[in-house]
Design a protein around this ligand. Structure first.
Ligand SMILES: Nc1nc2c(c(=O)[nH]1)N[C@H]1C(S)=C(S)[C@@H](COP(=O)(O)OP(=O)(O)OC[C@H]3O[C@@H](n4cnc5c(=O)[nH]c(N)nc54)[C@H](O)[C@@H]3O)O[C@H]1N2
Ligand SMILES: Nc1nc2c(c(=O)[nH]1)N[C@H]1C(S)=C(S)[C@@H](COP(=O)(O)OP(=O)(O)OC[C@H]3O[C@@H](n4cnc5c(=O)[nH]c(N)nc54)[C@H](O)[C@@H]3O)O[C@H]1N2
Ligand SMILES: [Mo]
Length: 655
């Protein structure tokens, strides 16, 4: 059992566990309103979380705007706003985040911008961190990241002088090698600066989708329900009590197999059945030729539960049609711990059923029983499941005991956990008193070695951190596993555009969104384009050691030596404008490899080659908005139109 979160924010969870002993977002979105510096690490918030970006834009347009620090190899809207507002944009070579973070921490410590009182009272591990980052002076880091020492010093100065620092982290860090190690250094940055637990001072190890937070809390992402600790027998017994099970009915020798390893087991034949719900791995997992082969294996019984006939459903033995949001009731928890209720608005079509109903039906047909022989699970619909979940979180960091569907319905803007008798209206920020969830008997995890990923044992953890402090963990930088070579001289990164969501099962069906970004494109810098004899709109082959695809070139503000592919386009719609009918999925090219700590795959570093095939007809099919903005003139702007208008039916059925 593993969540899509493995591909998404497993690293957020891992980084929080390493530093605070437990998952759970320290900060709040309200920190945007008070911060004087907002630092975004590998996070293109303008295109991927535009509502949060609007909140930042409000600040930027208001009195006393915050300065931004943006770390991204592409010229995103965030990067532009950082430069325009007296902040800093760093565009490191992909795969060098940890070196950069060590360099920034080096400067902050060397210049004495450390809050010694906070560090002394609330953290362990400072001496080791200090010793580690001594080896990362700006000149050395600049050579690794291929930026200038002045840029590193400038960014460190902004971070070092911040009075209220909000740091956010997302896929530019999480989908790289040494992902958890780099994300942990962002936690370290806020801790050494004493920037936590006050308005404007926060860390947002972001989520991609709210449900990523829920999979972590509920124990569907290799975690144990309620942020309990796999290696703590008392935690397992406590959970077994809530579920009325014998502790042995909860297998807990070790965390469950992660998704990347599951695929290996299917490949080996040791997993014979896979049930895929609400995720489309035939497009979203790395090295698709391999994934297709695995999912098509004769010995595999593949069940796919989806709302559309996805690429993965095409490979299924059985398809279970699911109801979508709006057709069912349930809760979402946002990145900053805000719990929302989403009420059913309409009935699902045909035989489609809510995912929960499908799972409960399965449990009943299988005859699952609790320890008294009564049907398990004990709940039977969204509300009873929520109540059982809330009860099971009593005393845990994500305490939902003060929440119910009724309370959430009465609080439409949501409630931040923990919400209990002590905090009946929820909790805006964690760790305001400098006390953490990291006590040895309470913590979710005793942590891992940041370089190898090996778990640390409970006895050593107890010695390291007996008093529930935050843990400053250091790590040496190691180069990426697939560096550029003579044959593949560029670095390939992949990611998103504003207009599409993931594998496009929904946004590909919205005409105006599809029109804004109809086809795959590849971004490269003006310098690289000149060197390779490429012009805007040319057809190129993008190749890595795993495969190749064709795309049209967008000459954009991306840094030199790097190319970018959006990963939204699946392989079975072959209406490609190049007319080749070849696959256009970015994941044909990505590598089977993962971060040793979080097991999140590396979607953002591969060695690649661009080869010109011929000229296209006009500009690339890429939006002119966001990071894919062309550097030259002559590309018609992406805009909305009549097709973007919707007709809303009111209760009486009138338009
Ligand atoms: N429109 C839209 N919004 C979405 C989604 C979507 O599909 N479409 N998906 C949602 C989900 S689940 C997620 S997880 C989020 C993801 O949100 P983001 O993480 O913001 O999106 P990405 O485009 O994956 O990557 C962010 C940036 O990382 C940069 N990057 C790549 N490699 C490196 C590197 O080595 N170092 C650094 N510092 N930066 C690097 C890229 O240039 C890119 O601009 O978006 C969510 N929101
Ligand atoms: N190269 C590359 N690959 C990436 C990434 C990247 O940046 N680069 N990002 C990774 C990240 S962060 C993520 S989150 C993943 C996303 O990867 P996926 O989760 O595979 O992508 P989605 O398109 O969101 O797939 C969700 C599926 O669920 C279906 N669905 C929607 N609502 C419901 C529902 O209520 N019930 C059911 N049963 N089904 C439903 C949709 O139709 C769709 O088929 O991709 C990862 N892969
Ligand atoms: Mo994600």
């Amino acid at each position: 059992m593993d969540g899509n979160t493995r591909l998404c924010t497993a690293t957020a969870a891992a980084a929080l566990k390493e530093t605070f002993g437990c998952d759970g977002q320290p900060g709040s979105y309200t920190d945007v309103d008070d911060a004087d510096v907002i630092a975004l690490f590998g996070h293109n918030v303008a295109e991927t979380q535009p509502v949060l970006w609007m909140r930042i834009l409000d600040r930027l347009a208001g009195q006393d705007p915050p300065r931004l620090v943006c770390v991204d190899p592409r010229d995103t809207e965030v990067a532009r706003a950082a430069r325009a507002g007296g902040g800093v944009h760093l565009a490191p070579l992909p795969g060098t985040n940890l070196a950069l973070m060590n360099g920034l921490l080096h400067e902050i410590i060397a210049n004495g911008w450390v809050d010694r009182d906070y560090v002394g009272a609330h953290t362990v591990g400072f001496a080791e961190l200090e010793q580690r980052v001594v080896d990362y002076p700006p000149e050395k880091v600049a050579r690794i990241c291929r930026i200038t020492p002045q840029e590193i010093r400038a960014a460190a100065r902004v971070l070092g002088h911040a009075e209220r620092l909000l740091s956010t982290v997302l896929q530019g860090f999480y989908q790289s090698h040494q992902a958890s190690a780099a994300a942990v250094q962002v936690n370290n940055l806020n801790l050494v600066r004493g920037m936590l637990g006050r308005p404007g001072c926060g860390i947002l190890q972001m989520n991609g989708q709210p449900t990523a937070e829920n999979t972590r809390e509920c124990g569907a992402d290799g975690d144990m329900s309620g942020f309990r600790n796999w290696s703590n027998d008392a935690h397992v017994a406590d959970l077994a009590g809530h579920w009325n099970l014998d502790p042995l009915q909860i297998p807990h020798m070790s965390p469950p197999t992660h998704a990347m390893q599951m695929m290996r087991y299917v490949e080996n034949g040791s997993i014979g059945m896979l049930w895929v719900s609400a995720t489309n791995p035939a497009v979203s997992m790395p090295e698709l030729a391999r994934i297709r082969k695995i999912l098509s294996r004769d010995g595999l019984f593949l069940v796919v539960q989806d709302i559309f006939r996805s690429e993965t459903a095409e490979l299924a033995d059985v398809v279970l049609p699911a109801a979508t949001w709006g057709e069912k009731t349930g809760c979402f928890t946002n990145a900053d711990r805000t719990v929302h209720l989403s009420d059913k608005a309409v009935d699902p079509p045909g035989g489609a059923r809510p995912d929960l109903d499908i799972f409960l039906d399965f449990a009943r047909r299988m005859g699952f029983r609790d320890k008294d022989g009564a049907p398990f699970p004990q709940w039977h619909d969204a509300e009873s499941a929520f109540d059982a979940w809330a009860a099971s979180t009593a005393g845990r960091p994500c305490d939902y005991t003060g929440l119910s569907h009724a309370k959430l319905r009465a609080t439409p803007s949501g409630v931040q956990w923990p919400c209990n008798v002590e905090h009946p209206d929820g909790t805006e920020r964690l760790y305001t008193d400098g006390r953490f969830f990291s006590a040895p008997d309470y913590c979710e995890s005793c942590g891992r070695d940041l370089v190898t990923g090996a778990p640390l044992d409970a006895t050593r953890y107890r010695v390291l951190n007996p008093d529930a402090k935050a843990i400053l963990k250091a790590a040496e930088y190691l180069p990426p596993h697939e560096p550029p070579t003579a044959e593949h001289p560029m670095v390939l990164i992949t990611g998103r555009t504003l207009y599409h969501f993931h594998t496009r099962t929904k946004t590909g069906r919205v005409p105006e969104l599809q029109k804004a970004a109809p086809e795959v494109w590849v971004e490269c810098s003006a310098g690289d384009a000149r060197r390779l004899g490429l012009a805007e709109g040319d057809v190129v082959e993008v190749a890595t050691p795993r495969g190749a695809l064709r795309a049209r070139v967008r000459v954009s503000g991306i840094r030199e030596g790097v190319v970018f592919l959006p990963f939204h386009y699946g392989y079975w719609d072959t209406s490609m404008s190049t007319g080749t009918g070849a696959s256009r999925a970015a994941n044909e090219l990505t590598i089977t490899d993962w971060d040793p700590v979080s097991k999140q795959p590396l979607f953002k570093t591969a060695a690649a080659r661009l080869t010109r095939i011929g000229s296209g007809q006009g500009p690339a099919p890429a939006p002119t908005v966001g990071a894919s903005r062309p550097v030259g003139d002559g590309v018609a702007a992406t805009r909305g139109g009549r097709g973007a208008r919707v007709q809303e039916l009111t209760g009486a059925g009138e338009a």
